[in-house]
Design a protein around this ligand. Sequence first.
Ligand code: 13P
Ligand code: SF4
Length: 329
Amino acid sequence: MIDTYHKIIEKRGYVELPVPGDIDFKSEIFRLKKEKNAVILGHYYIIPELQDLSDFLGDSLALAQAAQSTQADIILFVGVHFMAETAKILNPGKKVLVPDMKAGCSLADSTPGPDFERFVKQHPDHVVISYINCSAEVKALSDVIVTSSNAKKIVDSFPKDQKIIFAPDKNLGNYLNSVTGRRMLLWDGACMVHEKYSLEKILDLKKEHPDAELISHPECEKPILLVSDFIGSTTTLLNYVSVSQAIKFIVATESGILHQMKQKCPDKIFLPAPSIDATCGCNDCSFMKLNTLKKLYLALLYEQPEILMEEEMIVKAKKPILRMLELSK
Ligand code: 13P
Ligand code: SF4
């Protein structure tokens, strides 16, 4: 049976088998979760319905910490592949499931392991700092991992004259270079969501709403960051909207975060930053949006797709993640 599941997952990304038409996915998910001692970890970019259903919701750093400390037997990770892989690396004794194996990440995909290995070998005097949005293979080639919420602190922890490779996000790397005064060597990767914002349309929207603050994720391109009123990781942006005096915000990050912002500040107004092509829904991460209620149910029912990793890779990739967690304290 497992072989049949694997064939379906390879083709579709998840085990799609017929389910009774009258099934109540939410109550079935709660039942299966209890029966199997499972926990649902969700990222801020997933659809609101799944955010509300998650036992723990957070940014990539908080989710890694939650995965490391959970007592559950099964982790159902509702986000993208590299996040679930990180959960498995940190807590390999747990069964880590994902709703859809095809939920990847353009940043992680922009750094194939063998290419990165060659690049690292060409610069033996450089320390390698990698953003968590990368594969286990790339993590294993890194000295330390960062997320957008601890990147500056970790880069600052190295001596000023230390040569550094930063991968895979060139936009976050450029931003870090500007706030730390470094000249880190950058890998040429980018996020397909955050590089699609239109400066022209954002400036028009700012003119239309002069009282609005533009708040941006550091994965955005430099021209957007230069006109931003505030820059931060998803959690930092979420905290900022409640402490800021402003009542209106133009939000330049994935649209899923707006759900939490509206819940936190129901009296404030949140406008998604416009992207180059208004018809393409570019502020949505198509990978994050592959997660659906039905797929969560199927994953818990069949305990598939499961993140499986070689022990050797877990050991190699764990070291730089643990170093990050230590440095984030
Ligand atoms: P956070 O670290 O802010 O959760 O960002 C994750 C991500 O994928 C941004 O695109
Ligand atoms: Fe990757 Fe961008 Fe999606 Fe984040 S928003 S998961 S960086 S593709």
